[in-house]
Design a binder for this molecule. Structure first.
Ligand SMILES: Cc1cc2nc3c(=O)[nH]c(=O)nc-3n(C[C@H](O)[C@H](O)[C@H](O)COP(=O)(O)OP(=O)(O)OC[C@H]3O[C@@H](n4cnc5c(N)ncnc54)[C@H](O)[C@@H]3O)c2cc1C
Length: 330
């Protein structure tokens, strides 16, 4: 792996005055797991133009970068990332509503959009009230709950593409599938999206949202640091049921623990490290494969050191025998 000197990169980025820049920023501060080593440089551009200029600047110089929304669907290595981590949380915040169309920047929280839709008596975003994270993360993941998902409401996405710059794509071009989208297979960055909603009855929308929130509270460990469902459902089966069936609730590695409320959630009991979570994931995956011949695929996205500064592939982290950890606990 090529060693990069990030000190001059941070200095040059500062002179561009695109937003806040921090060196060696612990990513544990920016993930719902409260886990993750430092980002070599952490950049919070303050406008969409700042986000695009940062991306162009880094691309031109071949400097590795990584986009972070609210960090509610990521497991970041304890060793952090040798890259510039760009947060969308400040710069991509615009929201506009006209008739039944809502346009929002990728850094806007999904729950905020859900509340705004309710206030405008627009139906279609009720499911999003219980999904933490930004619109950008929800586009990448085709986030969904309570039988609905982003694919049903998204019409267009404004993207930054390293080869052609900023342009607009249709929902079809985003290739949404169950917890999947083209964003996971391409270097595209989502800047903003338009969503089409339905006119609805405000009180009914509010009640549906309340019902979803109550369901969430009673079935998931919402008060403890976690990253939502760890594994995707191997349809038609449910990951949570499989994990529960092997008696994994309460399994522990360091301070990482399989939730006793929902077996597909791993919670951080205090000082859990990424390697602890990985250890639990490997163990669960191995036992389920042995018992059912089902390979569980992670829903949570991995961010760790790797070729070109950051790696997002799980494959070299697995070891079907549960030995030979590549992410050692020291
Ligand atoms: C308690 C809890 C409950 C949850 N429940 C659900 C649920 O019911 N349904 C569900 O689908 N998910 C759920 N999740 C997971 C998570 O909330 C969603 O996946 C969410 O959409 C992630 O958004 P984020 O901004 O936090 O993304 P992040 O975690 O910051 O990023 C996720 C991925 O998207 C990429 N990314 C982020 N923004 C952009 C962008 N603008 N352009 C390109 N790439 C980008 C990142 O690089 C990363 O690979 C839950 C999580 C928690 C903690």
């Amino acid at each position: 792996m090529r060693a990069i000197d990030f000190a001059p990169i941070a200095r040059d980025l500062r002179t561009l005055m695109l937003g806040t820049i921090r060196d060696q920023e612990p990513l544990a501060r920016h993930t719902s797991f409260r886990i993750g080593g430092p980002a070599r440089v952490y950049l919070e551009p303050s406008t969409e133009e700042g986000v695009v200029r940062s991306l162009e600047w880094l691309k031109e110089r071949g400097i590795p970068y990584f986009i972070l929304g609210q960090g509610t669907n990521v497991l970041v290595s304890d060793r952090g990332v040798e890259a510039v981590v760009i947060s969308t949380s400040r710069g991509l915040k615009e929201i506009a509503i006209a008739d039944r169309r809502m346009e929002a920047g990728s850094g806007v929280l999904l729950t905020k959009l859900s509340h705004l839709a309710e206030r405008s008596a627009l139906a279609g975003l009720e499911f999003a009230i219980s999904i933490p994270g930004t619109l950008g993360g929800a586009l990448v993941m085709n986030a969904g709950a309570h039988g609905s998902a982003m694919v049903e409401i998204v019409k267009t996405v404004r993207v930054w593409d390293p080869t052609v710059g900023v342009h607009q794509i249709s929902a079809e071009e985003a290739e949404f599938e169950y917890r999947q989208s083209r964003f996971q297979r391409s270097p595209w960055i989502a800047l903003a999206a338009t969503m089409e909603l339905e006119s609805g009855d405000r009180e009914r929308i509010r009640q549906t949202m309340q019902h979803f929130m109550a369901t969430r509270k009673s079935t998931q460990p919402v008060g403890e640091p976690n990253a939502g469902s760890v594994f995707k459902n191997p349809k038609p089966l449910f990951a949570g049921q499989l994990v529960e069936s092997i008696g994994a609730k309460g399994w522990r590695a360091g301070d990482a623990e399989v939730s006793s409320l929902h077996a597909n959630f791993i919670i951080n009991r205090g000082q859990a490290r990424a390697c602890d979570v990985l250890q639990l994931m490997r163990r669960i995956r191995f036992v389920i494969y042995q018992r059912y011949h089902v390979v569980l695929r992670p829903e949570v996205r991995w961010i760790g050191p790797g070729e070109g500064g950051a790696s997002t592939t799980w494959e070299n982290l697995w070891c079907e025998e549960g030995v030979g950890l590549t992410e050692p606990c020291e």
